[in-house]
Design a protein around this ligand. Structure first.
Ligand code: GLN
Length: 201
């Protein structure tokens, strides 16, 4: 059984851990170097990318995590986690850094700050099925390398569709929060399952 860490600096740590357990992984919290070294894969939850960047450095995790991602450790980032996995950020604050892993430029707060939270139905491109997605001050992918696979798109206030779920090698990023179960809805673990499947392959 695979051990998947959830970066436990900010965000929906418990919800991600629950989703990972549902798809058959052992979930652990990662806050220290020894904990990072013990996992086969990692989830970077949403929150505030500027804060996650600062906390990673404060916990001496930034460089070790950057290298593990560069070495190909499977990783999934949601929302602020997507921003952390981008090579370039539009709307970054001064000095803000990302970990990289996916050759793409993301736009922070792309759907507009006024759209604090929105739910929408997406087409999950890998199988053409519908996915219910929750967005919270979400980024989108503004530009990307041809090697990046687009897994889902959503319409922005500009009337254009933009990638909101992507994969590059063993790195997955979503603008939305796959760990959130809609009230009265059932859990949708496709994104977490994709991450766990990447460990095996
Ligand atoms: N707007 C946040 C950022 O720029 C991301 C929001 C989220 O993770 N829900 O980091």
């Amino acid at each position: 059984m695979s051990t998947v860490g959830v970066l436990a600096l900010q965000g929906d740590v418990r919800e991600h851990a629950a989703a990972l357990e549902r798809v058959g992984a052992t979930a652990t919290r990662v806050r220290r170097l020894a904990e990072l070294e013990a996992v086969d894969a990692l989830v970077i939850p949403g929150g505030e990318s500027t804060t996650i960047d600062k906390l990673l450095r404060a916990f001496d995790l930034f460089e070790p995590l950057r290298s593990r991602i560069a070495e190909g450790m499977p990783v999934m980032g949601s929302c602020a986690g997507m921003i952390m996995l981008a090579t370039d950020i539009i709307g970054a604050i001064e000095g803000q850094r990302s970990l990289g892993g996916i050759p793409m430029t993301v736009r922070r707060n792309a759907f507009g700050r006024q759209v604090d939270s929105a739910e929408t139905e997406l087409v999950w491109e890998p199988d053409g099925s519908i996915m219910h997605a929750t967005f919270i001050r979400a980024p989108w992918v503004e530009s990307w390398d041809p090697a990046v696979e687009v897994l889902a798109t959503a319409a922005g206030p500009d009337g254009m569709r933009h990638p909101v779920a992507v994969r590059h090698r063993a790195a997955i990023a979503t603008s939305f929060h796959p760990e959130i179960v809609a009230p009265g809805g059932t859990a949708d673990d496709r994104v977490h399952r994709l991450l766990v499947d990447l460990i095996a392959s």
